[in-house]
Design a protein around this ligand. Structure first.
Ligand code: ADP
Ligand code: TRP
Length: 321
């Protein structure tokens, strides 16, 4: 089984990205042949700063490697190292109905938020389809917000196969990790860099502490029982905790005599404990840039060879050989 996912380098990664996208895709490296790439071209639909894009792409690679991506198991590469996806994106765009793209929620949401649309933003799902189809992916782990794009990919693949009477593209399946479908941010909305409510993966420990301590809670007095399911601190704690730890924390809330301050302290501790080895690994990688360059170069070579084969088959099907 081939598993593929991409992540945009459009800012520092946060807990929502980690639990919604990174952790599930890193876990996949043990389940099949995994490709994980840094979607620079997609980020370009919104980022307007070359130095920042370069740095973010590097940061994403370091973050994945620090958090457990094993380059011997999974192929990690940068999208811009595989130019084949652009030619494929064009071939796909010629069979993509306008209406299919006009219906995409993420495009409509951006318009509704007053972002002036460029063609890249509109054509975004076609490039994403090219990413997915180029590697003959079976399974695409993504957050719920990206599910529609994988469905659009299936539509586009079917249209191409039908139009040229071929079987060039395989039908990919989205994989949404339901238990962690939407990670709440500090304000209770979806955690997102657009809402300024994030906790960064490798943010400095002092800031993490301040952010956790500032999470709004209700005014139930310390001695009274509290509802864990209505509390943002508990929602975040659950992400890090195993079943026994979750049950114990739930019990603390329901019993009373346990304040939100205690829960926040427990959240800070469990995050710190979980991330300590990742922080250490990240420092090691930062000190060894050549190693990271080599991993990305080897990943690009492997990815390019697969994309080339698919592109050649697509070119043949539509008479461009
Ligand atoms: P942001 O909302 O901060 O801009 P992105 O849209 O770049 O984040 O998301 C990158 C990946 O992380 C996607 O697969 C997305 O589904 C996942 N993701 C982002 N935020 C969350 C969240 N709060 N809960 C679950 N998954 C998330
Ligand atoms: N659009 C995805 C996101 O914002 C990133 C992405 C680009 C992607 N191409 C992909 C994800 C292909 C999965 C497969 O999160």
């Amino acid at each position: 089984m081939r598993i593929l996912t991409g992540i945009q380098p459009s800012g520092k990664l946060h807990w929502g990205n980690y639990f919604g996208a990174m952790q599930p895709s890193i876990a996949m490296q043990d389940q099949g042949e995994t490709f994980i790439f840094i979607a620079q071209y997609h980020a370009l639909t919104t980022v307007r700063d070359g130095a920042a894009l370069r740095q973010s792409a590097r940061d994403v690679a370091l973050d994945f490697l620090a958090c457990g991506l094993d380059p011997n198991k999974a192929c990690l590469f940068r999208q811009a190292d595989v130019p084949e996806v652009h030619e494929l994106a064009w071939l796909l765009s010629t069979v993509t109905p306008m209406g299919l793209l006009e219906r995409c929620h993420s495009y409509k949401d951006k318009l509704a938020r007053g972002i002036s649309a460029n063609h890249g933003l509109f054509a975004y799902p076609v490039l994403m389809a090219a990413d997915i189809l180029a590697y003959q992916s079976d399974c695409v782990p993504v957050g719920r917000d990206q599910k529609q794009h994988v469905e659009v990919t299936r539509d586009i693949a079917a249209k191409f196969n039908q139009a040229f009477n071929c079987e060039v593209f395989k039908m990919p399946e989205p994989r949404i990790s339901e238990s962690v479908a939407v990670i709440p941010g500090l304000d209770g909305q979806k955690m997102s860099k657009s809402y300024n409510n994030t906790i960064g993966l490798f943010e400095d420990p002092k800031t993490v502490k301040q952010k956790i301590m500032r999470i709004e809670t209700d005014s139930t007095p310390l001695e009274e029982p509290k509802n864990p399911d209505a509390c943002r601190v508990f929602a975040l704690y659950k992400l890090f905790a195993n079943e026994a730890e979750q049950a114990e924390m739930r019990e603390n809330y329901l019993r009373g005599g346990y304040g939100y301050g205690h829960a926040k302290k427990a959240l800070l501790e469990i995050y710190t404990r979980t991330f300590a080895p990742f922080r250490e690994k990240r420092l090691e990688l930062e000190a060894n840039p050549k190693l990271v360059d080599d991993i990305l170069a080897a990943g690009a070579d492997k990815a390019r060879a697969v994309a080339r084969q698919t592109l050649d088959a697509a070119r043949l099907a539509c008479g461009l050989d």
